[in-house]
Design a protein around this ligand. Structure first.
Ligand code: ASP
Length: 547
């Protein structure tokens, strides 16, 4: 079976497992509550009774898991619902008990008032997620492992073989211009849809209250991070590394790109017989990393299954319902942007059939969807551009690493919709000036967002602040954010691919779709006479090879 089909099946199984057996599934009993701030939980001796005088020590510290209340039964008293719960005092919890009254292994029992607590979920589903978690994380770690050597080696070789610094400037100008244009188009589509559909008007006051209560703790944490973001000038200066070795070790993509570019240019200025050995060595590293990526793709279906099941399983169905219109607006906008903008760009610049572009982009979209990270998808995106569309390694190695950190059309579009949605729920009128402000700040916020899961939501706080909408509004959309992140990341990488196609076509490269297999790559043969690896891969492949 083709690897692409296997990944698709993995994803579908992940969705089904997540929805049916996840912590929030409709099929399993909901008998567990995870509390991150147990100091608020009062253990009572009976429903509506008096406090047992046991104060649970706080666990709201990074790395300390939430405390689990296991529901034994529920009862109404007066207007309120109460749960009889058991809490087992684990070591970590007891050690945080200042009075030393709690012993490891001890079980506490009592009644708690349901109001104000997070929604209950399934204990089995939670267990299942914790089993799947390492599989997904292993897959992610494996692909992340190759990113730094791959980007550094391939960009260095790409720039060194350009042989002309002016060409690099031209590529940079075109790439950044295209990124900026498509980002502004994306936000405009998002704003237009949010203003026409008005998703904020579909949230009932009860849902609003519930969402804010449930997620405001997490939202506050995210907005604090956003407030700590450095200024624009600092951000620009941060592109230049103090110590390139530190940038490589820390995986700072923009600094790595900057340094690889500078080193590549320097190498072109030296006599070739001096640099041949070094460039050849990096070429070998580049090829070896691609072999590693192809190996990792063999386990991709399992990794994708685990990642998707976890995300889908953790997102409650009730949150999805309350935010259905908002989520559909974001998704509709993403589809519209992808179809209208990218299809036109690909047709206009490269004369590639849109269908072929989509076929080549599919593997990257799928991995982006399941990992929610454009950076983690980068090795696959590069593979799709080079082997699926025949773009040269020179161009992919420049445009795509840059795109995975600065070009996020999906994120920008989502921020436009989210900002208007939150303002609508809070009944805040946004003037035209405010909307223009959203275009400006969401462009910057999407550029500043790293290509990792959930960052778009953090930088959304900057957009909200700029238009005077309370950042606690982030709490409203937090419940569906991870699912929407999957969709917007798939759009982000498609945007990067379309930029690559635009740059390659305008540089005179002859692009066309060729079938390729994600988990196999032809070794470079001697016949290609030292041409770049993409040239070798451009050779037509047999049907059996392809997937
Ligand atoms: N997850 C997105 C990406 O990696 C960024 C975001 O929107 O959170 O492209």
């Amino acid at each position: 079976m083709k690897i692409y089909t296997k990944i698709l099946i993995g994803m579908a199984v992940g969705v089904v497992v997540g929805f049916t057996l996840g912590p929030n599934s409709a099929l399993l009993t909901h008998d567990l509550i995870e509390v991150t701030n147990p100091a608020r939980v009062k253990l009572l001796d009976a429903p509506g009774g008096t406090s047992k005088g046991i104060a649970l020590p706080p666990s709201h510290h990074p790395g300390v898991p939430p405390i689990e209340l296991r529901i034994q039964e529920q009862r109404h008293a007066g207007k309120s619902l109460y749960y009889r719960v058991k809490i087992s005092v684990e070591k970590r919890l007891a050690l945080r008990d200042p009075n030393g009254r709690l012993k490891p292994g001890q079980e506490l029992e009592g009644w708690v008032k349901a109001d104000g607590l997070p929604a209950a979920m399934s204990a089995f589903g939670t267990q299942l997620v914790s089993w799947l978690d390492p599989i997904g994380r292993l897959f992610l770690k494996l692909i992340k492992m190759v990113i730094v050597p791959l980007v550094f080696a391939s960009l260095l070789v790409g720039v060194a073989s350009l042989g002309d610094v002016r060409k690099l400037g031209r590529l940079g100008g075109k790439t950044l211009g295209y990124f900026l244009l498509t980002t502004v188009l994306a936000i405009s589509i998002g704003l237009a849809l949010a203003n026409i559909i008005k998703p904020g008007n579909f949230v009932s006051p009860e849902d609003k209250e519930r969402l804010v209560a449930q997620y405001s703790g997490a939202a506050k944490q995210k907005t604090t991070w956003a407030a700590e973001q450095p200024s624009a000038v600092d951000n620009l200066l941060a592109i230049v590394p103090d110590n390139p070795m530190k940038s490589l070790a820390g995986g700072d993509m923009l600094q790595i790109i900057f340094f690889a570019g500078i080193l590549g240019i320097a190498l072109t200025l030296l006599p070739q017989d001096k640099t041949r050995g070094l460039v050849g060595g990096f070429e070998a590293i580049n090829d070896a990393m691609i072999v590693v990526v192809n190996g990792i793709m063999k386990v991709a279906p399992y990794g994708v299954l685990a990642l998707v099941a976890k995300v889908v399983g953790q997102s409650g169905v009730s949150v999805l319902k309350a935010l259905a219109i908002y989520s559909l607006t974001v998704m509709g906008g993403l589809v519209l942007h992808t179809v209208a903008v990218y299809t036109s760009a690909v047709r206009f610049f490269a004369k590639i059939k849109p269908v072929d572009f989509w076929k080549a982009a599919r593997p990257a979209q799928l991995i982006a969807f399941s990992t929610s990270s454009s950076s983690a998808t980068l090795p696959v995106t590069m593979d799709c551009a080079e082997r699926g569309l025949g773009v040269s390694n020179q161009i992919t190695s420049f445009v795509l690493p840059l795109g995975s950190t600065v070009n996020m059309d999906g994120t920008a579009l989502y921020q436009g919709v989210a900002a208007v949605f939150i303002a609508q729920v809070f009944n805040i009128h946004l003037t035209l000036g405010d909307q223009l402000n959203i275009v400006l700040t969401a462009t910057l916020a999407s550029i500043g967002a790293a290509g990792v899961p959930g960052v778009g939501m953090i930088t959304l706080a900057l957009v909200l602040t700029s238009i005077g909408v309370p950042t606690v509004g982030v709490a409203l959309i937090l419940g569906v954010d991870r699912i929407l992140d999957m969709f917007r990341t798939a759009v982000n990488v498609t945007g990067d691919l379309s930029a690559t196609v635009m740059v390659a076509a305008t540089e005179g490269e002859n692009l066309s779709y060729r079938e390729f297999s994600l988990d196999e790559r032809e070794r470079r043969s001697d016949e290609d006479g030292g041409a770049s690896s993409s040239d070798a891969d451009a050779a037509p492949r047999t049907k059996e090879d392809a997937s």
